[in-house]
Design a protein around this ligand. Structure first.
Ligand SMILES: CC(=O)SCCNC(=O)CCNC(=O)[C@H](O)C(C)(C)COP(=O)(O)OP(=O)(O)OC[C@H]1O[C@@H](n2cnc3c(N)ncnc32)[C@H](O)[C@@H]1OP(=O)(O)O
Length: 435
């Protein structure tokens, strides 16, 4: 455990001075994050840019400090642990839920496993609950860290490889839309991405509102820690019948290990099936390219079903992306529609207490009503599950049946099957945003 004498926790917003400099407290914090993730130190230009993005997100930065400096060691002004939070939204496909986003979690190797993460996380989730935020979210560096704090995997993405030799064809594509893809200036993507991403976000269950840095991340402006943009990044837009951009792709040619001419798709956001297939038709028909790789494909991707040769589409990996942590089960359960009607009592276990209780869930016509009947999980409830499992099932990222077979949802078989029918979704939730 941490000793409150040894560590001091400070919270602050990014400090930017009018003369273009970053406050020493903000700079030390950002450099600590870089060290924590084994990244190159910032240059003055990239430091300023990063601080501006953090300020634009209105992030609350937490730093943990030790008032002790050994000769030649990093100064006491540099935090030994970092943690940041900001407000965004989570799309349930029907509504946008306010969400408490957590990022930049680091603990210096010389201070690890002394409870600093646990302390920062517990205090942060308590503040979010006190601010009536219904849910917390993060993307994780390792899958073994956050379950203990009530987070569950809520969305996954596939890494895909497309064979774009002569095998590639999309026979089901409406030819009328093909001509509406056009190359765009790299810089133009930042101008149009906001609107396209907002439309995608509102309609896509599992999507999280993007942080201020995202346009610069996807158009090559952020180029590792180099001052200058990555000029290998290219872009194309898809236009609807009225000439309004309704999808975009950014991509770059990369050196592949096996000497196959390869393009990596950096970001592809489409507001509907026409723009989605139109953009893939463009990417799949780039001359001189034999293979396209994308690491953020949806797990129920329509693309292989649109391809003449489905074997030209290979899934080479699948990763968790979004982790959710329900703080207010009533607000969350009311924020989605359901596939089956019925009435069940749910006992929710939560080691941190925020979501613990017994809840009556009634669904009629796909619309829920929820009532808390006890502040503890009652043993006589129809179904019992912990908050991480509820968070994974919430948007349909994990099916109730799979969680039950994994031993994570308990209850009478009929009640579990009924819950599964109620929670079933037509499409897997999909998040295309790392944060
Ligand atoms: C949302 C994000 O930002 S994801 C990025 C996370 N950060 C990184 O991966 C950077 C490198 N790693 C680190 O900085 C640190 O090791 C951290 C942040 C992962 C952990 O910080 P610590 O202060 O050492 O964690 P703390 O001592 O509070 O441990 C809390 C619990 O998590 C466990 N834990 C901590 N790190 C890990 C890990 N990497 N894998 C598995 N369990 C872990 C501890 O054993 C402890 O378990 P318990 O309380 O159930 O007994």
């Amino acid at each position: 455990m941490t000793s409150s004498d040894e560590y001091e926790i400070r919270r602050f917003r990014a400090g930017l001075n009018d003369d273009g400099t970053v406050s020493p407290e903000t700079e030390a914090w950002l450099q600590a994050v870089n060290r924590g993730f084994h990244q190159q130190a910032f240059t003055p230009k990239t430091l300023r840019r990063e601080a501006e993005f953090i300020a634009a997100d209105d992030r609350l930065m937490t730093g943990v400090y030790v008032d002790r400096k050994l000769p030649h060691s990093v100064g006491a002004e540099v935090p030994v642990a970092t943690f940041t939070t900001y407000m965004s939204t989570l799309s349930t496909g029907e509504t946008l839920l306010p969400a408490h986003l957590i990022s930049d979690v680091t603990v210096r190797p010389t201070h690890r496993r002394r409870g600093l993460l646990r302390r920062m996380m517990t205090e942060s989730l308590t503040a979010a609950r006190d601010a009536s935020l219904p849910i917390a979210a993060l993307t994780a560096s390792e899958a073994t860290i956050y379950g203990r704090f009530g987070f569950g995997v809520a969305t996954q993405t596939s890494t895909i490889e497309l064979d774009t030799t002569s095998r590639f064809a999309l026979p089901s594509l409406d030819r009328a839309t093909v001509g509406t893809v056009e190359l765009a200036r790299r810089e133009a993507i930042a101008e149009v991405a906001g609107d396209i991403v907002a439309r995608f976000h509102a309609a896509t269950r599992g999507s999280v509102g993007r942080q201020a840095s995202y346009p610069a991340r996807i158009d090559g402006t952020i180029n590792g820690h180099a001052d200058e943009p990555d000029l290998t990044v290219r872009a194309a837009l898809h236009y609807d019948a009225d000439g309004t951009p309704d999808g975009y792709v950014t991509y770059q040619h990369v050196e592949s290990r096996d000497a196959v001419a390869e393009v990596k798709v950096i970001d592809l956001v489409a507001t509907g099936p026409d723009s989605y297939l139109g953009l893939w038709n463009f990417v799949g028909n780039l001359d001189l390219i034999q293979r396209v790789r994308f690491s953020m494909a949806r797990i129920d991707d329509p693309l292989p079903w649109a391809m003449a040769d489905t074997r030209g589409y290979r899934v080479t990996g699948r990763d968790d992306l979004l982790w959710l942590r329900i703080l207010d089960p009533i607000a969350c359960l009311l924020a989605r529609r359901y596939s089956g009607d019925g009435e069940l009592s749910l006992a929710v276990e939560d080691a941190l207490g925020f979501a613990a209780g017994t809840f009556d869930l009634g669904v009629s016509g796909g619309v829920a009503s929820v009532q808390q009947t006890a502040t503890t999980p009652r043993p006589d409830a129809d179904v019992t599950l912990d908050v991480a499992s509820l968070s994974s099932a919430f948007l349909g990222g994990a099916t109730v049946g799979a969680l039950a077979d994994a031993g994570r949802i308990r209850g009478d078989g009929q009640a579990v099957r009924q819950l599964g029918r109620m929670f079933a979704v037509d499409r897997a939730p999909y998040c295309i945003t790392y944060f």
